[in-house]
Design a protein around this ligand. Structure first.
Ligand SMILES: [Zn+2]
Ligand SMILES: [Zn+2]
Length: 338
């Protein structure tokens, strides 16, 4: 089968790869679609961890082609989405129920061969059956939506809150819709690209700030003099992480959701955290939020119809990654059968 193999930083190629036999409890999935994520870009650049050589792709769905003996919950022909994060269920964290913090967490598409391929072998407990007629493109958003749902849970958005979201890329636009659903009263989007601001507006953002043209802090405080109740950084950059601390009100919450390259540092004035009594939270992957993500997309709580989506065949994976990293699209997707 054809697969996108990551071998070492800056070495990514489409190779012919043999499929191994299914092991106990595994299913074989023919991949229908696999989203390209900022994390894939970081892995290829060597700024995010992985375990090469490995087939990339952790946002994917497909059709069950075969099941190992003993697999009882799945049958051939079913459409499934794949939760890429595999917990060991035995470590300190797993036994506390914090499976996403598992000491032995392994991810399909990062540590184990993933979905940028014609086929992928998946442990059955990572698979979720999709409702009939679930759109193919929406299936590639289930994984990122599951992570954003955890982010909204962690940020503790309350009814009526003023929420500032920095960055309106894929994640920011999903966050916007999910904080709205969580009851946010006013949503302020901070995004330099006009096209993305327009999409944010269509999806219900109340205020749009262009950081290249305005003093963000001043504009925000003209609307919310004390600052935002919740600030969610979705750009994954040091300077915007620093900005989020400025934008939060006293007693507010700052969530650093965007993934900064490893080693990024920011100056932080501890006295400000003290005086403002800030809550600063992180959010890591998607503990038990996969079914909620399927439901949110199924019921239109999260819409993707306003997004620019670009589909690529496996052979054009580098172009797909470039579109994603340069912000030329809201979502690049690999469609292996294309
Ligand atoms: Zn991702
Ligand atoms: Zn564990």
């Amino acid at each position: 089968m054809k697969a996108v193999l990551f071998e070492k930083p800056h070495k990514l190629s489409v190779v012919d790869k043999d499929l191994r036999q299914l092991g106990s409890g595994e299913i074989l999935v023919r991949v229908d679609v696999c989203g390209v994520c900022g994390t894939d870009v970081h892995i290829v650049e060597g700024t995010s961890r992985s375990n090469p050589p490995v087939v990339l792709g952790h946002e994917y769905a497909g059709t069950i082609e075969d099941v190992a003996e003993g697999v009882t919950d799945f049958t051939r022909g079913q459409k499934v989405a794949v939760d890429p994060n595999i917990a060991c269920r035995a470590c300190f964290f797993c036994r506390k129920g914090e499976v996403h913090l598992c000491s032995n967490l392994k991810a399909l598409g990062v540590d184990i061969d993933g979905g940028m391929a014609e086929y992928c072998i998946v442990p059955q407990r990572q698979a979720y059956v999709l409702p009939d007629g679930f759109p193919r493109q929406a299936a590639a958003f289930i994984e990122p939506v599951s992570c954003v749902i955890h982010g909204v849970d962690r940020a503790g958005v309350k009814t009526g809150d003023t929420v500032a979201i920095i960055g309106a890329g894929t994640i920011g636009l999903l966050m916007l819709q999910l904080v709205k659903d969580a009851g946010a009263g006013r949503i302020i989007i901070i995004e330099p690209r006009e096209k993305k601001r327009e999409i944010a507006q269509k999806l219900g953002a109340d205020v749009l700030i262009d950081p290249s043209g305005e003093d963000v802090s001043r504009t925000l405080r003209a609307l919310a003099p004390e600052g935002a109740d919740v600030v969610i950084e979705c750009a994954g950059r040091g300077e915007t992480a620093q900005l989020s601390v400025e934008l939060a009100r006293r007693g507010g919450t700052v969530e650093l959701f965007g993934v900064c390259p490893i080693g990024t540092m920011i100056p932080l004035e501890p006295n400000k955290v003290y005086f403002k009594e800030l809550t600063i939270v992180g959010s890591y992957v998607n503990p038990q939020t996969f079914s909620r993500a399927i439901s949110a997309l199924q019921r239109g709580i999260v819409r993707i119809d306003e997004f620019q989506i670009n589909q690529f065949p496996l052979e054009e994976v580098k172009e797909a990654l470039r579109y994603q990293s340069e912000g030329k699209t809201i979502k690049s997707m690999i469609v292996p059968s294309a």
